[in-house]
Design a protein around this ligand. Structure first.
Ligand code: ADP
Ligand code: ASP
Ligand code: MG
Length: 481
């Protein structure tokens, strides 16, 4: 077959393809129209659509919840009113006739429930994680209804499905985990039957519920995870993550204008990148895809013809460094126990962090001391009090974890020394505790994160070097080094 006759890289008859559109990819009427075009162009596959809340809505809902719990109900209701008006205006511009009437009714009904929740929060003066999950879930509920009706208006047979009736999780509010068997079964039943009827299931990402029907969320940025949960349950041919950049890049393009797209990377590398702060993918996203060996494509909804990044089980190993990441808002915790560290103390420490839902990122232990990194410090005074009899807990806020990622780089002394030499004068602390060979990390003051990323990027991805098509972005360094 000649080049010209070749089908598009995305044409596979009848296969299920899960397409996830992030907040900026549904943010306004132009974005939703682009989404409709992209979905409409997938002629020979069975799309399953997963959408985030409209850009900024989740933050606004959180702000409204905090305001209500602080007794500022008026300001909370005003924020929600803005969100309502934004959705209504979009509904008005994208949907007509009886479909508009139905969408309008369901949006009004949801907004009334949201207002009632804010009133409840203002009365109880408390926003616990359970109420917060209920609150934040409204964003995806609104957006998925809006997008579903907009697709219908454009002649695509979309059906709105409430993701909370499909993804069943534990009750770890704020960052719930799926109960896989029941989740897979529900998805196959509910989403599967919509697909069998030849329709396009349209669901909100991020949202789920416990087996008792209490709303939960999968953690901030969790719509990517939802997409891969649906894909794994449905045996999808691929996952498409539609976002606002051209793919996974050598670093966050907001930090470094020279960032380049990585055409192809392995699940392991991408998971490492996501774990160490590359916001483009939620850290849990890849696990279900890896389990079912489903390729993940990261694509730009503003540039749908771009190649994007494909993440697969194996990608070429010819390169060394593949990306630089930075994770902000890190707190470094030191736990000293003069009488030494033993398994009882370790389990007490983990139990304490677990009790306060404070996930631990990186850990190292030396004689009489444990070093941890955590993402949030609010619970640390309570954790320190709980461990007071066994150990002293101290911490430093406003740290960032800067990370060089690449296959086997930890074993490469030259990469490590070059990376260290590049940032040594910025008062970094080298961390070698991670279990993986794919990362070299530095702990640094948050104010210096941007500069260290830029310096490392300049060293490992020199500007003059051409980008290799196979994704060997860092071959430049292999040659230079
Ligand atoms: P969405 O709303 O589509 O889920 P996100 O804001 O969650 O989008 O993720 C996309 C953003 O991730 C980009 O705008 C970019 O600033 C950021 N980002 C951080 N690291 C990277 C990276 N290595 N490659 C690409 N984007 C990155
Ligand atoms: N809307 C949620 C958030 O902002 C989930 C997501 O966008 O993936 O965190
Ligand atoms: Mg995201």
């Amino acid at each position: 077959m000649s080049e010209a006759q070749q089908p598009s890289r995305f044409e596979e008859d009848d296969q299920v393809v899960v397409m996830k559109f992030g907040g900026t990819s549904v943010e306004d009427s132009a974005a939703i129209k682009r989404l409709i075009q992209i979905v409409g162009s997938r002629k020979n596959v069975q799309p399953v659509l997963v959408v985030s809340a409209l850009a900024r809505v989740t933050d606004q809902l959180l702000e409204a919840g905090k305001a209500a719990a602080a007794g500022h109900l008026g300001s909370a209701l005003a924020t929600v009113r803005d969100i309502y008006v934004r959705h209504e205006e979009l509904a008005d511009s994208l949907v007509d006739g009886s479909a508009y009437g139905e969408l309008d009714r369901s949006l009004r009904c949801e907004f009334r429930a949201l207002e009632a929740l804010l009133v409840r929060l203002a009365r109880s003066r408390e926003l616990d994680l359970r109420s917060q999950d209920e609150l934040l879930g409204f964003g995806e509920s609104f957006s998925s209804r809006l997008v579903s009706e907009s697709l219908g208006e454009a002649g695509l047979p979309a059906v709105h499905v409430d993701a909370r009736s499909c993804i069943v999780t534990d009750a770890r509010y704020g960052q719930a985990s799926p109960l896989w068997d029941v989740t897979n079964q529900r998805i196959q039943e509910v989403v599967g039957s919509v697909l069998q009827a030849g329709k396009v299931p349209t669901l909100g990402g991020f949202i789920a519920s416990t087996s008792d029907g209490v709303p939960t969320t999968l953690g901030r940025g969790g719509s990517d995870f939802s997409a891969s949960i649906f894909a794994a349950a449905l045996g999808a041919a691929r996952i498409e993550i539609w976002t606002d950049v051209d793919g996974v890049m050598t670093t966050d393009p907001k930090l470094c204008a020279d960032a380049r797209v990585i055409r192809k990377m392995s699940f392991d590398e991408a998971a490492e990148l996501a774990h160490f702060g590359a916001k483009v993918l939620h850290p849990a996203t890849l696990a279900p895809a890896v389990r079912e060996n489903i390729p993940v494509h990261v694509l730009n909804s503003r540039n749908p013809d771009g190649e994007g990044t494909v993440i697969v089980a194996r990608a070429s190993q010819a390169r060394k460094v593949s990306a630089i990441t930075a994770k902000r808002n890190v707190t470094a915790v030191e736990i000293s126990a003069p009488q030494g560290i033993d398994s009882t103390l370790l389990s007490e420490v983990f139990a304490a962090f677990d009790e306060y839902s404070c996930p631990v990122d990186v850990m190292g232990a030396s004689l009489g001391r444990i070093s941890l990194l955590v993402g949030a410090s609010a619970a640390l005074p309570d954790i320190a009090a709980r461990l007071r009899d066994q150990a002293e807990v101290r911490w430093e806020n406003h740290r960032a974890l800067v990370c060089v990622v690449g296959e086997n780089i930890r074993r490469d002394a030259e990469v490590a020394s070059r990376a260290f030499a590049t940032v040594a004068d910025l008062e970094v602390r080298v961390l070698c505790q991670g279990a993986s060979d794919r990362t070299i990390s530095f702990l640094i003051d948050e104010s210096k994160a941007e500069e260290s990323v830029q310096r490392l990027h300049r060293v490992f991805f020199p500007k003059a070097e051409p980008v290799r098509d196979w994704g060997g972005i860092s071959s430049a360094f292999c040659q230079a080094g």
